[in-house]
Design a binder for this molecule. Structure first.
Ligand code: HEM
Length: 408
């Protein structure tokens, strides 16, 4: 096995992870990172197979909490119990029932009916940006509030509460999306989770008492599969999951997508010329998801020992499936480091995962981006980057910027 240097905390990796991931892809497709204490998988075929492999379990919260030192475990236990109810952290058969019931509420019809509302929210945000004028932070002024407002509307949560929910959810993200142990971080995450659970507990009880309502929360309350339904705790957990999964990722799609458009004047000009062509806009969004989408990697835990590319994965080992690497695999995508909005197979990316956990919110995320980009570009014909090297988050799971300064 060649000696390969791989440091996921190196500032060069945080700014641009793709060269290091390509090296692993070529030299060690299943790589043991001692720094991460985990396996790193980078080829498209392997990442896709990993998502479908029942030996790789999604039940990653319980084992993580179980191995913490007693002091940390005590802080995190209630938080862990709540996360363990999220569909995304469960395997079949529990995942199958949660997903089926969630799917009854989160339908493509519910999503499609949001299209005019998404356009209205986009226009409101653009009005505010236009009024400010000059230089602004596209991340804060647009990419963050759009998905947060949309998901709040979808769940039926009052817009006035969105900022509090966002704060609690950001605190929770420190636990779910970053890997470094730190008691203060865990305490804040646990507090955020407790606040959000309290909030949704009350909100869902009121919704249940009132009855009716056309939002996803009411549909979750009404969802039935055979004789089965979601318990109150499961509805609270599912609402939290939708809220959590539904905003930061989409924020990153919007910000990363705009960043690469502005870095690639030819691609930008081509898209500007084709804004009335829905197919071209759709393909452009797929290429944004492929080229530098919000998912760096997803974690699984080996439920049994097995061999992969000659390496021995032990039971209990953590395995990171690097979607970002897979999405630039030259075995599938010719000239993979080119941002090509007309790429024929852009949609073969794994940004939304694959298999049974495939992102249930993909149609909503796509809709938001497909509505947003044409409106942003039409409103600001001279949009340009004010900082060509924005700061990137150092999360090993998500790929996103902390701010994106632009001139309108
Ligand atoms: C560009 C934006 C988004 C990206 C890149 C993204 C990515 C993903 C990925 C990779 C998974 C698979 C997780 C796994 O295999 O462990 C996933 C699952 C999920 N996503 Fe998304 N997501 C996005 C937007 C959304 C939105 C808008 C919602 C909801 C409103 C949402 C809700 C969910 C849920 C509930 C799951 C769990 C599905 C399951 O376990 O069966 N996501 N997402």
């Amino acid at each position: 096995m060649p000696d390969i240097a791989f440091d996921h905390q190196d500032p060069a990796f945080v700014a641009d992870p793709y060269p290091a991931l390509r090296r692993l892809q070529e030299q060690a497709p299943v790589f043991r990172s001692e720094r991460m204490g985990a396996w790193v998988v980078t080829r498209h075929a392997d990442v896709r197979a990993g998502f479908r492999d029942p030996r790789l379990s999604s039940d990653r919260i319980r084992p993580f909490v179980a191995q913490l030192q007693p002091a940390l475990k005590e802080i995190v236990l209630p938080l862990g119990e709540n996360l363990a109810l999220w569909a995304v952290f469960n395997d079949p058969p529990q995942h199958t029932r949660l997903r089926a019931l969630m799917g009854k509420a989160f339908t493509s019809r519910a999503v499609e009916s949001l299209r005019p509302r998404v356009a209205a929210i986009v226009d409101e945000l653009l009005d505010a940006m236009e009024k400010k004028g000059g230089e602004l932070d596209f991340h804060r002024d647009f990419a963050y509030p759009l998905p947060a407002t949309v998901i709040a509307d979808l769940l039926g949560v009052p817009r006035a509460d969105v900022d509090s929910l966002k704060k609690w959810s950001d605190d929770l993200a420190q636990f779910v999306l970053t890997s470094r142990a730190n008691p203060e971080k865990y305490r804040r995450a646990a507090a955020g989770m407790a606040e959000m659970t309290d909030y949704f507990d009350g909100f869902i009880r009121r919704r249940a008492a009132e009855g009716g309502g056309g939002d996803v929360t009411s549909a979750l309350l009404a969802a039935r599969e055979h004789d089965d339904r979601l318990s109150h705790e499961e509805i609270v957990a599912t609402a939290l999951l939708l809220l959590f999964a539904g905003h930061e990722t989409t924020t990153q799609l919007l910000a990363n997508g705009l960043y690469w458009l502005l870095r690639n004047p030819d691609a930008l000009a081509e898209l500007r010329a084709g804004l009335d062509d829905a197919r071209r806009v759709e393909n452009a969004v797929e290429e944004m998801l492929r080229f530098d989408g919000p998912s760096l990697s997803m974690v699984r835990v080996a439920a049994e020992a097995f061999e992969w590319h000659g390496r021995r994965i032990a039971k209990g080992d953590r395995v990171f499936l690097f979607q970002s690497a897979a999405n630039r695999d030259p075995r599938l995508f010719p000239d993979p480091d080119r941002f090509d909005l007309r790429r024929a197979n852009a949609g073969d990316h794994l940004a939304f995962g694959y298999g049974i956990h495939f992102c249930i919110g993909a149609p909503l995320a796509r809709l938001e981006a497909q509505v947003a980009f044409p409106r942003v570009l039409r409103r600001f014909p001279k949009l340009a980057l004010a900082d060509a090297h924005p700061p990137w988050s150092d999360s090993i799971l998500t790929r996103g910027m902390l701010e994106l300064r632009v001139r309108v």
